[in-house]
Design a protein around this ligand. Structure first.
Ligand SMILES: C[S@@+](CC[C@H](N)C(=O)[O-])C[C@H]1O[C@@H](n2cnc3c(N)ncnc32)[C@H](O)[C@@H]1O
Length: 280
């Protein structure tokens, strides 16, 4: 889930969610990527909306021994944080003219950081053409029109996509209560707000991604990657963000009353989907 609604995209929120994001990833989709990449010695990867670099940390073990990542975001503070967090995460890190060179386990990874606005599309970022485009928790904030052009560009250059943790519209609290449905419906509506790409696909994003790549005959592997959150800081921050997002969409006091009753819920489930689209 791209969760601009919850906490913007601040580094603290991205750090809080990273362990849940990595744990939620669908193992079959990950294995399909690893199998596709198995014969390669190197991979040039373009990561869209990189935040603090979580997707590199969660994906590099699926890719060949030598990797060259370009991390793209429009937020310079997040790009700076990504550099800092990746250097601390690696077994060894050295500064290079364009970014970092990292050793992590058996992987030799170069990383460059690029500030760019994705609303302008990916073509300007595809020189040189990458072997793989990745994104984590991004596509639910993107519009269907943007996805259509994106799929056209990837089909033209025969570039695969691995996109993880796209919100699929499903939210649940166990045990459920009567007003959960109204709050989650209002939240789903809020997720469709325009974040600069046109009306966001929100909970329809993975179905739309499947449709636009299927149109070009890509071989597609999809699988569920839900967050299943016990009571704790991530669940509580998520529910607080949901209540804030829906406040103006529900009668006065409903969101606050709901949060007071649900803040310490024992289990929150947020549906996501991972997808691998490979050019036929
Ligand atoms: C939910 S965060 C996900 C970050 C990271 N991929 C992760 O999984 O932790 C979405 C990211 O997309 C970036 N983003 C949003 N709109 C963007 C745009 N128009 N151009 C570039 N990056 C954008 C945000 O700055 C943020 O880092």
């Amino acid at each position: 889930m791209a969760t601009a609604e919850i906490a913007g995209f601040d580094a603290r929120w991205l750090t809080l969610r990273e362990p849940a994001d990595h744990a939620a990833r669908n193992p079959d989709v990950a294995a399909a990527l690893a199998a596709r990449m198995a014969g390669a010695d190197t991979a040039r990867v373009l990561d869209l909306g990189c935040g603090t670099g979580s997707n590199l940390r969660g994906t590099c073990h699926l890719l060949p021994a030598r990797q060259d990542w370009t991390l793209v975001d429009h937020d310079p503070a997040l790009l700076g944080k990504a550099r800092e967090v990746l250097a601390a995460w690696a077994d060894q890190a050295a500064e290079t003219t364009s970014g970092l060179r990292l050793a992590k386990g058996s992987r030799d990874i170069t990383v460059s950081f690029r500030r760019a606005d994705l609303t302008e599309g990916v073509l300007p970022l595809m020189d040189p053409v990458p072997d793989l485009i990745t994104a984590s928790a991004l596509f639910d904030l993107i519009s269907v029109d943007w996805m259509e052009t994106f799929a056209d560009d990837l089909a033209l250059h025969r570039v695969p996509l691995y996109a993880v943790l796209t919100f699929d519209g499903a939210m649940r609290i166990d045990p459920s209560q009567a007003d959960d449905a109204a709050v989650f419906a209002a939240f789903a509506e809020d997720m469709r707000r325009d974040k600069g790409f046109g009306p966001a696909a929100g909970g329809e994003a993975c179905r739309e991604l499947h449709r636009v790549f299927d149109r070009w005959g890509f071989d597609i592997t999809m699988g569920a990657s839900p967050w299943v959150l016990p009571a704790g800081s991530l669940a509580s921050e998520l529910l607080t963000g949901v209540a804030q997002a829906v406040r103006g969409r529900l009668p006065e006091g409903v969101a606050e009353g709901w949060l007071a009753a649900r803040a310490a819920a024992p289990r929150v489930v947020v549906g996501h989907t991972d997808i691998l689209c490979w050019p036929a």
